[in-house]
Design a protein around this ligand. Structure first.
Ligand code: TIU
Length: 234
């Protein structure tokens, strides 16, 4: 936790300030923990990245996911990817840069970043239960061209615990989208990771700076402590 003093029951020790969440109105949103980003041979590696940088987020996410399942919290998993005919993949994205393989090309885990392929799926350690929501998204933000806003409204969600990969890309984009839509976002610092450690640090700082311009940042231990000690948990 960010400091060693025990917070009052139900309070998340966070930056820029502690926050108390109405748990029944809170969802856990796990961003893009897919083999395409986490494992060799996927989209992340084709872009030239060291995918081993992301492994550190798996255990903290697993711990919060376990607690969320035990308490009945709404769990939402997202996956970035495209339809097999690439009709939802803008040429400006497909043609970008000089990757070793482009979106849609055949790779060791199937076609790169294509829905239904092995690489597009979520890693086994964090695999969704049948009862959990999986949002397929064509962009970096989880709200763009998806049903996420409707799902959250249906369940009366006002607050999001956000984690996943990568910190400065899909996590930050989603938090910014969510913030503009009125959600309180608490980003789980050790439950996020980037191919670039310095971008991870800055990505978190950008969220919590200026009084929490996009949201709050807390580590998984602080979130788990608040979930455990809360008296309002259903
Ligand atoms: N490349 C990179 O850092 N991220 C992405 O392309 N997508 C997500 O962050 N999920």
């Amino acid at each position: 936790m960010l400091n060693s003093a025990k917070p009052p029951p139900g309070v998340i020790t966070a930056e820029p300030e502690p926050i108390t969440l109405d748990w029944p109105a809170t969802a856990l949103v796990i961003i893009d923990m897919q083999r395409d980003f986490m494992e060799p041979g996927g989209f992340g590696e084709t872009l030239g990245n060291d995918v081993s940088q992301l492994a550190r987020a798996v255990q903290p996410i697993g711990a919060v996911l376990k607690a969320a399942r035990e308490t009945g919290m709404l769990v939402v998993h997202t996956r970035e990817g495209h339809l097999p005919d690439l009709s939802d993949a803008p040429p400006a994205k497909v043609e970008r840069g000089a990757p070793s393989l482009r979106i849609g090309d055949p790779g060791p885990m199937g076609r790169i970043l294509i829905r239904g392929e092995a690489g597009h799926d979520i890693i086994p350690e964090l695999y969704p239960l049948d009862s959990e929501i999986v949002i397929d998204k064509p962009g970096k933000g989880a709200f763009y061209a998806t049903e996420l806003a409707d799902v959250l409204e249906k369940y009366g969600i006002e607050n999001l615990l956000v984690c996943g990969v990568t910190t400065e890309v899909c996590v930050n984009t989603t938090v910014r989208e969510a913030n503009d839509r009125g959600y309180r976002c608490v980003v789980i610092s050790d439950g996020c990771a980037s191919y670039f450690p310095e971008f991870h640090e800055m990505g978190l700082k950008m969220i919590k700076a200026q009084g929490g311009i996009f949201g709050w940042v807390a580590d998984s231990a602080a979130v788990l402590e608040a979930m455990k000690t809360s008296t309002t948990q259903g």
